[in-house]
Design a protein around this ligand. Structure first.
Ligand code: FES
Length: 570
């Protein structure tokens, strides 16, 4: 036996004080699975299996695991699948973001603890791939991502439906009294008709596109429908690519460089992607010691038009994006706006990917730069006395008339306060007011839930009001539409200026000048600050993961990662 501890089964031996015995014992136990010595001496490729009965977005994971295994074996390796936690948006209390960092820790430590020469991570639902990339970046062994892929569109009464932009739109109609309970029951079976991730340009699709731009997945990986045979084939190819990555020693640090992160930011703007994309990329980049410059991202927005016509900013769905040419076609249209020379897990570059683009004639989903959906990018970064460390607005999903707006603040102190009062006929609110929700940030809620899509108060919805300016320290689902300022940083629960807003204050949103300001004097704000008392911590916060979360979670401008997971500068 050799004491080479760098590869295969010999990697990361369990400590018994005798390396030879550790390796012997490892072989003893793994042979119980029926593996031959030949199999065990091959390069080992870990495959992260995130199947869960609670996670329909990962419903095709078993097939993908099998396909990755086949690809690994065809390339001469030994596949070893193992589980980590799995998070679905609608089955995570209090919110999936609360659990993202737990999944990142799980992913990092299980990659590090078990012997593997490369790892294939299979994820999809919103927080899962960010968590997996955070973990893989920190573990820094060769890694490749296989997204589960978007679900197919739904149909109802001749209308094409998509989760979850239409979930929110139709729920809004129900709240306004325009839909019956019977209709909603029927619709609930139509909105998410197959396994896979939400098929609009929500967070899952945004992340899958950014991952392909980062070079961490094979061409086509972002957009192939979850249920299409090509999804199986790209999983098989990813298994084979993992062997190449192991052989070449191409780690996430060598792929996810500053230039790759910049490419992902350009793509985030060009696809009219989810605001969550910025928080997650900040966390992933932070694991690699790369800081995202919010001002540069905002300037990028002036040069990078929105080219993808997908809901919620546009009309189409992910399967249409795929058949129009997918990300390779987008790379081609972006041209010199991205660095196409950058290496990817395919062994080639984004230029190679762009060269493969299917130049579909007559398609109108992927626009040219001469004919964009929106001239400026999708996301704008705001500053001002209400958001000293930044806030975000998704311009492409907002009402243009509300991008410049001044109004009276109507404040909700918490999610519970909002739930209790928003639909009250006694609520003093008008269509030109500014709805403010606070204590819904990383610490406040906790977990920065997707509550920024504050519902239009029922009495205004019934009067036909479709959009209002809304502001919070929360996040918003990438599938939502509206004139909504998010991620106000620092959040109210840690004493940010949002904590000082009072009912009736004037707030000005000036998107053109990138400002969001509370029109109250500095003296008055200082007086309010002196009186401010931090909100009580939630029940159960004295122990366990919640305690760790409250002590360690950073603000949105640091990606809401745990402070102890971000490497020290230098
Ligand atoms: Fe999983 Fe939308 S709920 S991607």
């Amino acid at each position: 036996m050799t004491d080479d501890t760098k590869s295969g089964l010999r990697k990361g031996l369990t400590n018994y004080g005798d390396k030879e015995f550790s390796l012997f014992l490892r072989r003893v136990f793994i042979k119980a699975m029926g593996y031959s010595d030949d199999a065990l001496d091959r390069p080992i490729i870990g495959i992260i299996d995130t199947y869960s009965d609670f996670n329909p977005c990962h419903g095709n994971v078993p097939e993908l695991v099998e396909a990755v295994k086949r690809g690994v074996m065809l390339a001469g390796g030994m596949p070893m699948a193992f589980p980590t936690i799995s998070i679905h948006e609608s089955f995570a209390h209090p919110t999936s973001m609360f659990l993202r960092n737990l999944m990142a820790l799980d992913t990092e430590e299980m990659i590090r603890a078990q012997p593997m020469d490369a790892v294939v991570v299979i994820g999809g639902c919103d927080k899962t791939i960010p968590a997996q990339l955070m973990g893989a970046a920190s573990a820094n062994i060769p890694a490749i991502v296989v997204p589960t892929g978007p679900m197919l569109v739904g149909h109802y009464q001749g209308e094409v439906l998509g989760a979850c932009t239409d979930c929110r739109r139709l729920w809004g109609q129900f709240r306004a009294g325009d839909r019956t309970e019977g209709e909603m029951d029927e619709i609930s079976g139509r909105l998410a008709p197959t396994k896979g991730t939400c098929m609009v340009m929500g967070t899952a699709s945004t992340i899958a596109c950014m991952v392909e731009a980062l070079g961490m997945s094979l061409p086509g990986s972002a957009t192939i429908p979850a249920t299409h045979a090509d999804r199986i084939r790209v999983a098989e190819a990813s298994g084979a690519a993992a062997i190449m990555l192991a052989r070449e020693g191409l780690t996430p640090k060598t792929i996810m460089t500053k230039a790759a992160i910049r490419n992902a930011l350009v793509v985030l703007q060009a696809i009219g992607g989810s605001t969550n994309g910025l928080v997650h990329l900040t966390a992933i980049a932070g694991r690699l010691g790369i800081e995202i410059d919010l001002e540069e991202f905002d300037r990028m927005g002036l040069d990078v038009p929105v080219l993808i016509d997908l809901k919620p900013s546009g009309q189409h769905y992910m399967e249409h994006f795929h058949w129009a040419g997918g990300m390779p076609r987008l790379f081609k249209e972006l041209g010199e706006l991205i660095d196409t020379s950058h290496p990817t897990v395919s062994g080639g570059s984004l230029a190679d990917s762009a060269a493969l683009a299917d130049m579909v004639k007559g398609q109108d989903v992927i626009r040219s730069r001469a004919n964009p959906i929106h001239q400026g990018g999708g996301l704008a970064v705001l500053r001002g006395n209400l958001a000293p460390r930044g806030a975000l607005i998704k311009r492409s999903a907002a009402s243009s008339a509300l991008l410049q707006h001044e109004g009276r603040a109507v404040v909700f102190d918490s999610l519970e306060d909002m739930a209790n009062r928003i639909d009250s006929d006694d609520l003093d609110v008008a269509a030109d007011d500014v709805l403010v929700l606070r204590n819904a940030g990383p610490v406040g809620a906790p977990g920065m839930p997707e509550a920024g899509y504050i519902p239009i108060p029922r009495k205004l919805a019934r009067a036909g009001v479709k959009d209002m300016v809304r502001m919070s320290d929360a996040r918003m689902s990438g599938t939502a539409f509206g004139s909504i300022v998010l991620h106000i940083t620092p959040e109210a629960a840690v004493g940010g200026p949002l904590a000082l807003v009072r009912n009736g204050d004037r707030i000005r949103l000036d998107t053109a000048a990138r400002r969001v300001d509370l029109l109250v004097s500095d003296e008055e704000l200082a007086r309010r600050k002196a009186e401010w008392v931090a909100p009580a911590e939630p029940a159960g916060s004295e122990r366990g993961y919640l305690r760790l979360f409250l002590d360690q979670v950073t603000q949105a401008d640091q990606g809401c990662d745990f402070a102890f997971c971000i490497p020290k500068a230098g």
